[in-house]
Design a protein around this ligand. Sequence first.
Ligand code: FAD
Ligand code: SF4
Length: 515
Amino acid sequence: MSEIRLILGDQLNEHHSWFSTTPDQDDAVYVMMEIRSETDYARHHIQKIIGFFLAMRHFAERLEAQGRKVHYLRLHDPRNRQSFTANLTWLVQYHQATALAYQLPDEYRLDTELSQLSSVLQIPVRVADTEHFLSEREAVQRLFAGKKTYLMETFYRNMRRRYGLLMEEDRSTPLTGQWNYDQDNRQSLPPTVDIPPVLHFEKNVSELYEEIQRAGIKTIGRLEHSTKFDWPTTRAEHLQLLQHFIRHRLHAFGTYQDAMSSRHYLLFHSQLSFGLNTKMLHPLEVIGAAVSSWREHPAVISFAQVEGFVRQIAGWREFMRGVYWAQMPAYADTNYFDHQAPLPEFYWTGQTKMHCLSNAIGQSLDSAYAHHIQRLMITGNFALLLGVRPDYVDQWYLGVYMDAIEWVELTNTRGMSQYADGGLLATKPYVSSGNYIHKMSDYCSQCPYNPKEKTGSQACPFNSLYWDFMHRHRHLLAKNPRIGMVYKNWDRMDELQRQAVLQRAAWIKENVNNL
Ligand code: FAD
Ligand code: SF4
């Protein structure tokens, strides 16, 4: 009996129990494929396609080097039918397989496709866990059964207890007595703070780049030079990146987590999401490395930094996955505000005079990376204020970032950023005027617009759009206790001033591509 085991591009987990048998006792054929159904379901960043294919090729080579049987279908293989089902159909015949196994996919679309394989292939199909996540698919649904809103903090505390993360020995009391240090983690970056060095992985990907071009795959974003692809694509490289983050960035991770600066794209973030989402890294090893480092160097790395980091991975990341499985497929169609505007053209080019947007978008197109607050409070904030249809916002986020896989992209975009679910997971929409951006970044000092003005040709576009958004959606938002004050301020404004603000917002919406 021989079994085909399918490995998807985001299932590069070397420590999966599939590989616990010695290669000479392992009869399985491991199948991996580069297919058009994956490159074309969104318009991806060129670096994202290169990164996934390269990581998959390295992974396959490693299995082969161990002596395991691997059937890897490259993009241009003449036998490649370019979809999972079509390829598996002939591969089962070719290898005379009597069974097929796959690991639980993280995306709804693939879950649906693969769950139909047993009827298509007419052989037993076995589903294995990915052995990656710290919580079950149903964890959020179970925890919040019957509730109208999901609170990340409740989920996070459960995870801390369950895994004894930063807990006293009894696993019920948090170390230091305080669960969450979010309030301490909101500083802007002073110009005197030095930004740590970045670890480079510059690789020559000319051959793969040429293959992608030859296939005519439509991509977005830029690759400065095909000999300088700068992402880690093996587990060993991701472990290096993890160590580099811990040594150079963790000590200020929490403090400057919300800061933005044109001085540098990464600041004190880890850039580990690609390694985590492709499962080259396990969340517990990442958390464990950070916690150990804090224990060894408490004078350098404060508790608030490490708690902030653990919260992102054991809290937000797992929570978003749980929300995805609790809400799909309906979540992908949510549009609470009934927004319908198109995405401004400059999201695809970065060409706008608004410096915060040109910086965050330009950097995303150059490196397939932006940190959380750039995604939430610059690009996401502007799209929400403008009233862009969430489908278009989703397509952009799903394509542009190296770490974008639907389970984590959709929940962050629809839920956290666009409030398209009407407040299932965010207690209020993440919108702000230019004031917040001015406070948290150095962008405004390099911008022709003035963050302090609401009207007039130099006024920061975020300002009038912010009031316009609040005014437009008053019937949906006025009762929210976290927003009530905003309407008091709006009502206190002089009527002529209010009209001028709304007129400026209308002009901005008309002329958004020329700002
Ligand atoms: P760090 O700031 O160093 O954080 C450490 C780790 O925590 C990250 O690697 C990530 O695994 C995890 N994390 C932090 N915040 C979140 C979060 N909100 N949700 C899930 N995990 C989190 N993250 C993705 O992995 N893929 C996406 O497609 C994605 N799309 C997003 C879209 C929008 C609109 C927003 C607001 C956020 C999105 N995020 C997404 C979450 C977050 O922005 C990225 O995980 C983070 O910027 C990745 O960079 P980093 O590794 O340097 O993170
Ligand atoms: Fe952005 Fe407004 Fe500041 Fe310009 S002034 S950088 S548009 S927030």
